[in-house]
Design a protein. Structure first.
Length: 615
């Protein structure tokens, strides 16, 4: 079973532990590193070890203290460059070797984003953060960069003394750097085996606040108190997750709020969840993203997809668990409501990719496919829909959650494929195999487009949103005076998001007169909730409201969360009159963007990624 996104063969040998020594250089935008990999041999004889690298400068390699010959293979468009190490001795099955690589990262390493002081909230100190999922760890550390290899790690990180370093591990003390009194060394240990994509580092002018017995929030001081308020329910969510899924094994659960250019809503790095500042709505209404990242502590981090083709095992189960936490805290109707919203997100992704695109398969083939290009809500929401469908067939949420908990216990600390998951499902429900045999497995797993079954969700919380959206869709110009501010006063922010989503799903954009009236009565321009603002601005641009274009471009560039940035750029790009404006804004802002975001927006806008001209 090989990993199409990695050069390293984990069937021949597997990394068990990394010992990292990192020196962060903000002047040159590089990390000077030394990594000692403890590798176990899995075949009868081994004398060559292949590691994944991307844009790394390799200085030297030794094995058990002896110099080792190494060569760099040809560079691949997204997999990087294989590092072939010829060991100075033969090893046999079961033996271990410590291979030490001294190296330096490139200023353009795809895992690392270096921010100038101007790009931070505080404007005084530089900032560095990493984002290794899916296959970017190799640009920061030479390693077996496949989720099928799980390892523990120890790290020491030298940084300028005015800055603080944190990692996806337990903090293990700090000291003045003996080689340079102007620097501090921070130490970290991660005793729980995890895949390389979860190695994470942040260096910046960070502060923290304690918000629970095992939780702190970290960020620049400008965000730290807001974050402490927004995420104050974290311990309750953790306890709820433990009741559902079993004990939390990672010790600490800290949350780090990143600068705005972070490309994702959250990232489940162990001991240190990364979160976008777009979650800071001021009313805790978007903290369900934290429930999602907490859930990853079990599904993703503890039980991991073996390759990115099985990404739905990480994300589908995590969405399922996140919504079960929501059910415990806010009731079954809330879970049903969120599931309905998820179905719409899935429909959106399928429409974007095209219903026949194999990347909309639940289990896509990633042979020669960049996993970043495959990223969408499909593994999340098609995965959830399958699990929910099985829940309905097999006896309801309590019964099915029993299966999920057993699945986690069965595969904890390992990596898993879809077939292994399915075999376990059939074993667990051995008395219901006749029901399982009726499931259209091929249609669910290996067929593009929407799932073969559409679940019937309880619409109680959605009915008000559906009714209001229908009023707007059917309203003639003379009816517009019937809309009042009170229409949305009784709705929760989740319901306002749903109301706007329903309008965006319509084939035809709302007439401009309607959108202007909506602003007049609901004042959606004033919303500080990023999910509301994003949908509202998309709607305005789609209805060709020219005044909304600068606001849409501002939101697309003030933050870099791909979920918001890419669709906003696309909406403006599709407004013929402003197509060139979308490209101009992107070219002016691309250097401030995360490299993954910039690359994907370039493709969306048909801009040559390496150039500054439109194709």
């Amino acid at each position: 079973m090989s990993d199409p996104c990695s050069f390293s063969s984990v069937s021949r040998s597997v990394t068990k532990h990394l010992n990292l020594t990192l020196h962060v250089d903000f002047v040159r935008h590089v990390i000077k590193g030394k990594v000692a990999l403890t590798v176990e041999v899995l075949q009868d004889r081994l004398n060559v070890l292949t590691l994944d690298t991307r844009d790394l400068q390799i200085v030297s390699v030794n094995a058990n203290g002896q110099a080792a010959r190494f060569t760099m293979g040809p560079k691949h468009s997204f997999k990087g460059t294989p590092l072939d190490i010829t060991l100075p001795f033969d090893l046999s099955r079961g033996q271990h070797v410590i291979v030490e690589v001294t190296y330096e990262t490139s200023p353009s390493a795809s895992a690392l984003q270096w921010l100038s002081p101007e790009q931070t909230a505080g404007k005084k100190q530089p900032y560095l953060f990493s984002q290794c999922q899916a296959h970017h760890c190799r640009s920061m550390v030479p390693c077996q960069d496949s989720p099928s290899a799980k390892l523990t790690y120890y790290a020491q990180v030298s940084v300028p003394k005015d800055l603080v370093a944190v990692m996806s591990a337990m903090r293990d003390g700090q000291e003045v750097d003996p080689l340079d009194r102007e620097r501090i060394i921070y130490r970290f240990r991660q005793p729980v085996p995890m895949p390389s994509y979860l190695i994470a580092i942040v260096v910046g002018a960070l502060e923290s606040r304690e918000i629970g017995p095992r939780t702190r929030v970290w960020s620049e001081k400008e965000f730290v108190d807001k974050a402490a308020f927004e995420f104050s329910e974290t311990e309750t969510m953790l306890k709820t997750a433990e009741e559902l899924a079993g004990p939390y094994v990672w010790g600490q659960y800290d949350i780090l709020v990143l600068p705005p250019s972070f490309p994702y809503g959250g990232m489940e790095n162990p001991c240190l969840t990364f979160a976008t500042p777009t979650l800071l709505a001021g009313d805790k209404s978007l903290s369900n993203v934290i429930a999602h990242e907490i859930s990853h502590s079990w599904t993703g981090n503890l039980v991991t997809n073996k390759t990115w083709e099985h990404f739905w095992l990480n994300e589908g189960h995590t969405v399922y668990l996140e919504r079960m936490i929501g059910r415990s805290m806010d009731g079954e109707q809330f879970r049903q409501f969120k599931a309905m919203g998820g179905w719409k997100d899935l429909q959106d992704s399928v429409n974007t990719f095209g219903a026949n695109n194999p990347l909309t398969n639940l289990v896509p083939s990633l042979q020669d496919v960049d996993p970043d290009d495959a990223f969408s809500s499909v593994p999340y929401e098609k995965g959830f829909a399958l699990l929910y469908h099985l829940e309905e067939l097999l006896g309801g949420p309590e019964v099915f959650m029993g299966f999920v908990k057993s699945y986690i216990q069965m595969f904890a600390y390992g990596s898993v494929t879809t077939d292994e998951w399915k075999n376990f499902l059939f074993t667990y429900f051995k008395d219901k195999v006749d029901i399982l045999n009726k499931v259209a497995w091929d249609s669910w797993m290996y067929t593009p487009g929407m799932p073969p079954v559409k679940p019937q969700y309880d619409t109680t919380l959605a009915d008000a949103c559906i009714a209001l959206s229908q009023r707007w869709i059917k309203a003639k110009e003379q009816d517009l005076s019937s809309f009042k501010a009170s229409d949305v006063k009784t709705l929760t922010s989740h319901q306002v998001i749903e109301f706007l989503s329903l309008l965006l799903q319509e084939e035809d954009a709302l007439p401009l007169t309607h959108v202007k009236k909506m602003q007049e009565v609901y004042d959606l321009n004033a919303s500080m909730n990023a999910e509301i603002r994003f949908r509202w601005l998309r709607m305005c641009v789609r209805s060709r409201w020219e005044e909304a274009v600068p606001m849409a471009m501002k939101m697309a560039t003030d933050q870099g969360r791909m979920k918001f940035t890419r669709p906003l750029f696309k909406e403006v790009f599709n407004f013929d009159k402003f197509r060139d404006e979308a490209v101009r804004v992107f070219l002016a802002q691309r250097t401030a963007m995360h490299p993954v975001t910039a690359g994907l927006v370039a493709k969306d806008l048909k801009v040559d990624a390496g150039n500054t001209t439109s194709l």
